[in-house]
Design a protein around this ligand. Structure first.
Ligand SMILES: Cc1cc2nc3c(=O)[nH]c(=O)nc-3n(C[C@H](O)[C@H](O)[C@H](O)COP(=O)(O)O)c2cc1C
Length: 225
């Protein structure tokens, strides 16, 4: 059946290519990103769907080098705490493995953005009465839009969630109720990882779709399939 609403084959291929080749990047070149390109990527984020058209995303561009260093210090402190927790709840070998991973590129990338949830979110009830976390889901949609647009532009992006949101909110002078949820590192790269870096480094394995898909009801054996 032909569908007159469908994109051309080439357009479709480009969309699927960006989805498949998007990677979470932690290695960057210091080349700056032109302001017009950064605006384009932010606009892509801003096109995202949001619960009740809430548009709860706010982006803080970090242009002051001293602030970037302070953010990096917070991330590094949390990296150490994460390693300790892995040592406690998993094994010391796993902790050592974690410490060898590169988990952020805050100091190396061309641009750092902090993606945050806005304040006064309690006023937004549409779609959130039983699921208040739909605000964070909406910001995640915006981040994913930016991630895909960045990949299409040849720009790498890394999502860093290793930080204490209270401390970061204080550093960025955020109002009560607003919450940082992602530090986004953006920049030119030497090459994109062919597979998730955590897979390339042997830290984790990807599971196939078949293990995530059920029919009609929850299947308890689905994980062991
Ligand atoms: C919500 C979220 C938070 C993440 N936080 C971090 C992080 O703090 N540090 C990191 O190295 N990667 C982080 N990542 C990236 C994931 O590790 C990465 O997406 C995953 O390993 C799959 O790799 P891929 O994005 O290249 O497909 C995060 C990703 C998401 C979606």
């Amino acid at each position: 059946m032909t569908n007159r609403h469908a994109y051309t084959e080439a357009e479709q291929a480009a969309i699927y290519k960006a989805i498949a080749e998007r990677r979470d990047m932690r290695h960057f070149l210091p080349t700056p990103i032109a302001p017009e390109l950064l605006t384009k990527l932010l606009q892509a984020a801003h096109h995202a769907p949001s619960v009740g058209l809430m548009q709860p995303w706010r982006f803080i561009r970090i242009s002051a080098p001293s602030l970037r260093k302070a953010i990096h210090a917070q991330v590094d402190a949390e990296r150490i705490k994460t390693a300790q927790a892995i040592g406690e709840f998993e094994t010391t070998a796993r902790m050592a493995e974690f410490m060898r991973l590169k988990v952020e590129g805050v100091l190396d990338c061309g641009e750092v953005l902090v993606a945050t949830l806005c304040d006064h979110r309690e006023k937004h009830i549409f779609g959130r009465r039983t699921l208040p976390e739909m605000d964070i889901a909406s910001v995640s949609c915006a981040i994913q839009n930016m991630w895909l647009a960045a990949r299409a532009e040849g720009i790498g992006m890394g999502w860093v969630s290793m930080f204490d949101p209270v401390k970061l909110a204080k550093l960025l002078n955020m109002p009560d109720g607003a919450k940082p949820i992602a530090i986004l590192c953006l920049g030119y790269v030497n090459s994109f990882y062919k597979a998730p870096m955590l897979v390339e480094e042997g830290w984790a394995k990807e599971k196939p779709l078949a293990e995530m898909l059920m029919e009609n009801q929850w299947q308890n054996d689905v994980e062991s399939k």
